[in-house]
Design a binder for this molecule. Structure first.
Ligand SMILES: [Zn+2]
Length: 328
């Protein structure tokens, strides 16, 4: 009779504490032993020359989610979780997004119906609250928090999602009372809308104007306001989708003052800059401009650089403007 259900041998095992060459013995789905020369397993995997890591948790992703504008994410729960597994991620936490007028309870069960038959790894849900009605604040949200849905995202911009400051305070107060974590997408809606309206009046609707409309100041201002709202109620707040230095400054400053403010970014917010979006637009002469800019970059970058500035990792990749994808 084998000692273990599964033994992973000869790998380099990485734990929270250290990295060492050892075997892993697994019984009934849990790690029973870490050590050398373990007894036989019913099944054995040779991990020689490989790192053996704990599964990663992707705590912020959008899967099979209808945006408020009615656009469906490209990935469904099958393709997204298969892709995650190939990257070593064994748990995803996407969002169950409420649209205005919807019952939050029903939204959550719809997402479970969508994920249940398709997901190949573990999953949980954050909530997105776009309609903090009396029913939602008084009954649904406290009950869902009791059931373990202890984090939810709110938006300060986008027509069909945004909450005003008073609604934000209601949500933050509820989170404080019930022991949940609020995540916020912080951008000043009116600044963005004012700029977007003027750009559209002039026919400037190419992708690169997205960066103009989403001014960095708009993110800095809203982040500052979100921090103040959470400070008023002394409740933790996670600022998600951070893409601008102005927002980082506000977060750093709040943390220095001992406030429970956390920030989260994603690779696209750091690498998809205003420069990149200018190049992907169909603006006239963009190809010629791109070639000129690449030549200019190579001259300056030196050391045999053969790539465009936007793809050059020697350059600082500080974003020149916020380029948050809509409704993310
Ligand atoms: Zn997001």
């Amino acid at each position: 009779m084998p000692d273990y259900d599964l033994v992973i041998r000869n790998g380099t095992v990485v734990t929270a504490a250290d990295t060492q060459a050892c075997d892993i013995g697994i019984k009934s789905g849990t790690i029973a032993t870490l050590g050398r020369f373990l007894g036989a397993g019913a099944r054995e995997i040779d991990a020689a020359g490989k790192l053996v890591l704990p599964g990663a948790i992707d705590s912020h992703c959008h899967i099979e989610q209808h945006s408020s504008a009615g656009v469906m994410c490209a990935d469904d729960f099958y393709s997204a979780t298969v892709a995650a597994a190939f990257g070593g991620t064994t748990t995803v936490i996407p969002f169950a997004a409420q649209h205005r007028g919807q019952s939050l309870r029903e939204v959550v069960s719809h997402y479970h119906e969508a994920a249940g038959p398709k997901a190949v790894i573990d999953y949980a849900f954050h909530l997105i609250v776009s309609d903090p009605s009396e029913q939602v604040l008084g009954q649904e949200l406290p009950a869902l928090i009791q059931d373990g849905y202890t984090s939810f995202k709110v938006y300060m911009t986008y027509d069909l999602l945004r909450l005003n400051d008073r609604q934000m305070l209601d949500i933050l107060a509820l989170a404080r009372r019930e022991g949940a974590l609020v995540m916020v997408h912080a951008e000043n809606h009116d600044m963005i809308q004012w700029l977007a309206d003027r750009l559209l009046q002039k026919g400037m609707s190419a992708p690169r104007y997205h960066a103009v409309a989403h001014a960095r100041l708009a993110e800095g201002e809203a982040t500052n306001r979100a921090v103040a709202l959470s400070q008023l109620l002394d409740v933790p707040l996670l600022i998600v989708h951070v893409s601008a230095a102005e927002a980082i400054e506000v977060i750093r400053n709040a943390q220095t003052r001992g406030l429970k403010i956390y920030g989260e970014t994603c690779p696209q917010y750091l690498f998809l800059t205003a420069t990149t979006s200018a190049w992907t637009s169909k603006a006239p002469n963009s190809a010629a401009r791109r070639r000129r800019a690449t030549r200019r970059h190579r001259r300056r970058c030196g050391a045999g650089c053969r790539t465009a500035r936007s793809r050059c990792f020697r350059q600082t990749t500080r974003p020149t403007a916020s380029t948050k994808p809509a409704n993310c």
